[in-house]
Design a protein around this ligand. Structure first.
Ligand SMILES: Cc1cc2nc3c(=O)[nH]c(=O)nc-3n(C[C@H](O)[C@H](O)[C@H](O)COP(=O)(O)OP(=O)(O)OC[C@H]3O[C@@H](n4cnc5c(N)ncnc54)[C@H](O)[C@@H]3O)c2cc1C
Length: 55
């Protein structure tokens, strides 16, 4: 099975900065999933600190 995908932009990190970037990409006409994706290595935000918590 081939799971390779091509998108124009990959945002690494779904913290405040990454999500703000994704928001502005969307407002600029980029379609999520088609033109850009946001990847994060943490499954869910965990308090405290960063959007993903500190490990
Ligand atoms: C203890 C503590 C308390 C805080 N309290 C406050 C507060 O009360 N109010 C406030 O405004 N700010 C607070 N801050 C600051 C605020 O959390 C940060 O300024 C803000 O989260 C930074 O956002 P960011 O998107 O740059 O990074 P982050 O929120 O850290 O997001 C980065 C994301 O990238 C992901 N990531 C990292 N490396 C990779 C990788 N290699 N591949 C994929 N994903 C990756 C992480 O999982 C994370 O989700 C606090 C910080 C700390 C440490």
């Amino acid at each position: 099975m081939n799971n390779t995908r091509e998108v124009e932009v990959v945002v690494i990190g779904a913290g405040q900065a990454g999500l703000a970037g994704a928001y502005h990409l969307r407002r600029s006409g980029f379609e999520p999933d088609r033109d850009f994706v946001v990847l994060d290595h943490s499954p869910v935000p965990v308090a405290p600190g960063s959007s993903a918590g500190r490990r």
